[in-house]
Design a protein around this ligand. Structure first.
Ligand code: GAF
Length: 388
């Protein structure tokens, strides 16, 4: 990824002068706990070492001017005009954060921003939250808000970024991605309780156990604001209303059958079954990680994928091919990660099998005439912060 000096240099080329600083924030892989965050449930993501950098300088004329390494053409919008879907496209993730700061009583007088990233875009690895959190870290520093200083502040900043994504970018996402980007820890997975907002750090050191976590970016298109994600969320919220609970988190596994019996259609039953069982799998996965039982972690990955594929119906051919090929080649477990409908899968593999599993996945894609995937091993990196 371009380092802070390169991001500064690009900023100077495109905006003139120096930025006031450079901040960065990680993408993420969710180990398990998918489509649970907006149900008040549990999720267990790691922050990646792949990061998005934002070089930022405030301006006083009410204008936001954004550039990125992907496109030199600046997007310009008056801060006062930022609104639902305006300016639209990826710049909404930047503009949305300015809007959120204003909404929280910290008006931004304008800004020049240059974004560079090595979080693959559209791969379901949370590239959008990484942009939001890098920009939020910069504004927090430059406006002297001070929320980066501790975990409670970072939790607030994460909720402002989520507000930006929900309201300005138009994706009704649940908050896991912003939480891990701001609150993750190196060499740890974060057990996020999306009801209480609490985060518990769980040691995550695969190398010490001769294991690796392989990401398969399927290159299948993934969009969270195309309607399907919002439909899943709405179905869960309607089911919670029918069951008389605030969120599906309140349905215990022991009461699942009774709850399912009170729902009227098979689709709602399948969605609720996924959510309730997935929250339980997160708890079991944390116990397995703490007990160094990686065979069990693998089994839970497999069960999670089957549930997302069959009950939640958010998988796709490419994700299923990646998971099946990885398992056939010796992975302990594999599953889609993130929102689904494309994006990435993960596989827990013996460290010595990374190349063999990669080759098997690539061969399976080639056999089916699918776009070549990108496979790479990942580790848990640090959260958002200032780079320069
Ligand atoms: C996307 C969303 F942004 C998250 O909030 C979460 O719901 C996830 O899909 C599914 O677990 O990444």
């Amino acid at each position: 990824m371009p380092d802070a000096a390169q991001t500064t240099a690009r900023f100077s080329d495109l905006h003139g002068g120096e930025p006031s600083g450079v901040w960065s924030a990680p993408g993420r892989v969710n180990l398990i706990g998918e489509h649970t965050d907006y149900n008040g449930g549990l999720a267990l993501p790691i922050a990646l070492t792949q990061r998005t950098r934002a070089a930022v300088r405030l301006r006083e004329d009410g204008l936001l001017r954004v550039t990125s390494d992907i496109s030199d053409d600046p997007v310009e919008v008056a801060v006062a005009d930022v609104d639902e879907q305006r300016p639209g496209g990826w710049a909404s993730y930047v503009a949305g954060v300015l809007w959120s700061f204003g909404r929280q009583g910290h008006p931004v007088p304008g800004a020049d921003v240059h974004v560079s990233s090595d979080v693959p875009v559209g791969a379901g690895l949370s590239s959008s939250a990484a942009i939001e959190c890098a920009v939020a870290a910069g504004l927090d520093d430059l406006l002297g808000v001070g929320l980066l200083a501790d975990d409670a502040g970072r939790a607030r900043l994460a909720s402002w970024c989520q507000d930006a994504e929900n309201t300005i970018a138009g994706a009704q996402t649940g908050g896991m991605d912003q939480a891990i980007s701001l609150r993750g820890q190196e060499a740890h997975a974060a057990l996020i309780d999306c009801r209480s907002g609490e985060v518990e750090q769980v040691p995550f050191d695969l190398a010490g156990h001769d294991l690796a976590l392989l990401v398969v970016d399927t290159k299948a298109q993934h969009e969270l604001n195309d309607g399907q994600y919002a439909v899943r969320r709405a179905t869960c919220e309607a089911a919670a209303r029918t069951l008389g609970v605030g969120t599906l988190r309140e349905v215990p596994v022991s009461g699942l059958d009774e709850a399912l019996g009170r729902l009227e259609d098979d689709e709602s039953r399948a969605r609720v079954r996924h959510v309730v069982m997935e929250i339980d799998r997160v708890e079991r996965c944390v116990a397995a990680l703490r007990g160094d039982d990686y065979a069990q972690v693998g089994r839970l990955f497999v069960a999670s994928h089957a549930s997302l594929r069959d009950d939640y119906e958010v998988s796709c051919l490419e994700l299923d091919v990646a998971v099946d090929a990885a398992l056939a080649a010796g992975a302990l477990g594999a599953r889609m990660t993130g929102g689904g409908f494309g994006g990435s899968a993960i596989a827990l593999v013996p460290a010595g099998s990374v190349d063999a599993v990669t080759a098997a996945v690539e061969a399976a894609f080639a056999e089916r005439g699918l776009h070549a995937p990108a496979c790479f091993a990942v580790t848990a990196g640090p959260p958002a912060g200032r780079d320069a």
